[in-house]
Design a protein around this ligand. Structure first.
Ligand SMILES: [Zn+2]
Ligand SMILES: [Zn+2]
Length: 451
């Protein structure tokens, strides 16, 4: 896109006057350093449209209206990213080939790989739980790595990747469901629980597993998806006239002029994703998912999530009794972690989303920025509640020593996993732009363009 293509529109004039907001202290310097043609970026959270030029490498541009991060100056060098993903691919294979942990109780030894736990859950009739663990810990991270290699490989040799736009969209939608780092936390909790009972060995796979997590973290740190999108397919130029309605693509960020009367169902001119002004049926869907999550929350807390059998004595454990026994054993940091992830986060998430929904339905104009920030936190934190499920999957695999000691999964674990998944889907189906729609005819409308 060249500068002329947007210079006729009021967006550019307005941004020339106001500039874009940078969180860095030296806003002035950063603005002077910014280079290249300006391009339109719509805020995912509030819908404000900004015209932003190239940013310095260490800068993040934030939305003027709601303060959410919009885009960064990260260079996303395809060669470095490809090397990281190739190394991660090798380590993923190693992580799945050897035991991740081993357990010794009175001369009896049991080892477990990453897939032993899910396989045993499936054998014991808990197949939804087993499938869920294997999908979010093994399948989705592997697919993310593979799709990035398929995108970056051709780019590094100057070719256009095959089905690049589709692969980028796939990678973007899989990202929140890739939960290796949460599994690592589950492994740590399981280790702390077992270390008093028996001698626990860490397997070779654990080191490879940690390696994959660090590599994916590094890749995320140096990637700005907009740069990769531009390499896959350059943005078609957009000519704007005053007052034209705009639509932004949630997948690739392309801002398009909306055809007259279109609310949703139009395809993105760059990546083909279906464009919609607001997420379809956002309020009804979010309410339904939250209601279902609330119903599952009751058995999740009342029913045992696992049963521990030690020397013939069976003791069912609910989430709360698990925290209590950790406290009784003096393991305060882990008790706090499990309490936070498994008890506090789901409740806060449910209450927070209900509050956001009510604020939209009552057309509240209060604290829009804070509410947007709370939505971002809810969206990011919810997945960490899976810690308990992952801990159970590793305990079930390791503590399988016949009459001596065994741990069986309980029906509460199934209900708890349903709560986590339903609240994650609930926060994904909520559209934060709905909160900002109350400002449509007021102050914000005159100041900013929105999608
Ligand atoms: Zn915004
Ligand atoms: Zn798109």
């Amino acid at each position: 896109m060249n500068n002329d293509s947007i210079s006729r529109g009021p967006v550019d004039q307005q941004s020339q006057n106001e500039g874009f907001r940078l969180r860095a202290k030296d806003m002035k310097t950063a603005r002077m350093e910014s280079t290249g043609p300006r391009r339109l970026i719509a805020c995912h959270e509030c819908g404000s449209v900004h015209a932003i030029a190239g940013l310095p490498v260490d800068r993040v541009a934030h939305c003027r209206t709601c303060d959410s991060p919009l885009t960064s100056g990260k260079r996303s060098e395809p060669e470095s990213l490809l090397a990281i993903y190739l190394a991660a691919a090798v380590l993923v294979v190693v992580a799945h080939s050897f035991p991740i942990m081993g357990l010794d109780i009175q001369g009896k030894t049991q080892t477990a790989t990453l897939v032993t736990g899910p396989a045993m859950l499936i054998q014991q009739g808990m197949w939804p739980l087993g499938l869920l663990v294997v999908i979010v810990v093994s399948v989705i991270p592997s697919l993310r790595i593979l799709s990035n290699i398929l995108i970056l490989g051709p780019i590094t040799i100057g070719r256009r990747p095959w089905a690049g736009a589709w692969l980028m969209r796939l990678g973007g939608s899989l990202k929140p469901w890739s939960m290796m780092e949460i599994m690592l936390l589950g492994l740590i909790v399981a280790y702390v629980k077992l270390i008093d009972l028996a001698s626990v060995q860490l397997g070779l796979s654990l080191y490879a597993f940690v390696g994959v997590i660090l590599l994916l973290l590094l890749a995320d740190l140096i990637t700005e998806p907009a740069v990769i999108w531009d390499k896959i397919r350059a943005r078609p130029p957009l000519s704007l006239a005053a007052g034209q309605p705009l639509l932004a693509c949630h997948a690739c960020g392309q801002v398009d002029v909306a055809p007259a009367g279109a609310q949703h169902g139009v395809a993105c001119s760059r990546c083909g994703a279906s464009l919609h002004r607001r997420k379809p049926n956002s309020l009804a869907r979010t309410w339904a998912l939250l209601l279902a999550a609330t119903i599952f929350y009751i058995p999740a807390n009342l029913l045992p999530v696992m049963t521990v059998t030690y020397l013939g004595n069976s003791e069912p454990d609910t989430i709360l009794s698990g925290v209590k026994s950790l406290l009784a054993a003096g393991m305060f940091p882990v008790a706090l972690l499990v309490f936070f992830a498994s008890i506090l986060v789901p409740v806060l998430k449910l209450c927070g989303l209900v509050w956001l929904l009510l604020s939209v339905q009552f057309k509240s104009r209060q604290r829009l920025r804070q509410r947007t920030k709370i939505y971002r936190i809810i969206e990011g934190v919810g997945r960490w509640s899976m810690v308990d499920i992952f801990m159970i999957s590793i305990l079930v695999a390791l503590v399988e020593l016949g009459a001596l000691a065994r741990i069986d999964p309980g029906p509460g674990a199934l209900a708890f996993a349903a709560v986590v998944i339903l609240t994650m889907l609930g926060s994904a189906s909520f559209d934060p732009k709905l909160m900002w729609d109350v400002e449509e005819d007021g102050r914000e409308r005159t100041r900013n363009w929105r999608v």
